[in-house]
Design a protein. Structure first.
Ligand code: FES
Length: 78
């Protein structure tokens, strides 16, 4: 059961949970803020739309293509 931090808050998820699913479980589900200030959320769930970009351990990643790992730091805000 991976324990991660989502925007600084601790969150435990089941093994095999994607970061996109963790966003839905541990927050309002949004992944980032657009240039116009709107919050954006995962849309396609298969690596196409790029709406699920988050920062994971300091690197930009697609939340829908990334499995949660123990100790992972996920940031949805700049
Ligand atoms: S939800 Fe579309 S790329 Fe991740």
């Amino acid at each position: 059961m991976p324990d991660l931090h989502l925007d600084g808050r601790p969150l435990s998820v089941a093994l095999g949970t994607t970061v996109a699913a963790a966003l839905a479980l541990g927050s309002d589900g949004s992944a980032r803020t657009s240039v116009s200030g709107q919050r954006r959320a995962p849309l396609c769930g298969m690596g196409i739309c790029q709406e699920c970009r988050v920062t994971i351990d300091g690197l930009r990643r697609l939340a829908c293509q990334t499995l949660c790992r123990d100790g992972m730091q996920v940031e949805t805000r700049p």
